[in-house]
Design a protein. Structure first.
Length: 207
């Protein structure tokens, strides 16, 4: 699946728009909360184009199965927005929404799905980005920054997981080698699978 982190985009763009509003740019306030959904809508347009392409149709005829779009980070961070917006406004065929439990409960309680909510939105979405660019929001800079933050967050979680597993192994009496280290094992160790455990290597973006 191709994943798109939705609400994080609005958090970052809205932060920049709020700063502009304080500097007297009145149009900035009008654009709050529009970037994330517009970005997802245009991603879906690309997805539809891929489904309609001769290349995909040839693959499908041979049994190929299309990836679906996955909307992630769909919990609303700003209480000024409807708490179902990143679900209801992005409901469309062949998509998956990994909403958190609170958002799922909100949708079940008062969400109002309206079929394919993305169809026919593409030109309005492009206008959102034209307006953002006109007032000085560099969207490429926004997503590059979010990508770096995301990678750093995943790397931190990975390191914490390895540290936790290593601690548990050591508590159980296992000898844990540093990541990447190699220690020759005896024939008896190999036969009984009792060689030292080795911490998993840290995965980085460069790898």
């Amino acid at each position: 699946m191709a994943s798109f982190f939705v609400s994080r985009i609005d958090v970052e763009v809205d932060r920049r728009l709020d700063a502009m509003s304080q500097d007297g740019k009145t149009e900035a306030a009008r654009l709050r909360g529009k970037a994330a959904i517009a970005n997802a809508q245009l991603a879906y347009e690309v997805y539809e184009g891929t489904l309609a392409s001769p290349r995909w149709q040839a693959l499908q005829a041979k049994g190929g199965r299309m990836q679906r779009l996955l909307w992630a980070s769909t919990g609303v961070k700003d209480k000024a927005y409807d708490d179902t917006r990143y679900v209801v406004d992005l409901a469309a065929p062949h998509t998956v929404n990994t909403m958190p439990a609170a958002t799922l409960d909100a949708v079940a309680d008062h969400g109002r799905p309206r079929g394919n909510a993305i169809e026919g939105t593409y030109e309005a979405a492009r206008e959102v980005f034209r307006n953002l660019e006109r007032i000085g929001i560099d969207f490429t800079e926004v997503v590059n920054g979010l990508e770096k933050q995301g990678l750093a967050s995943f790397a931190k979680s990975w390191d914490e997981l390895i540290a936790s597993v290593t601690k548990q192994l050591e508590k159980a009496g296992a000898e844990v080698m540093p990541a990447g280290a190699v220690k020759p094992t005896s024939t008896d160790d190999q036969a009984h699978g009792s060689g030292p455990a080795s911490a998993a290597p840290r995965q980085t973006a460069a790898e």
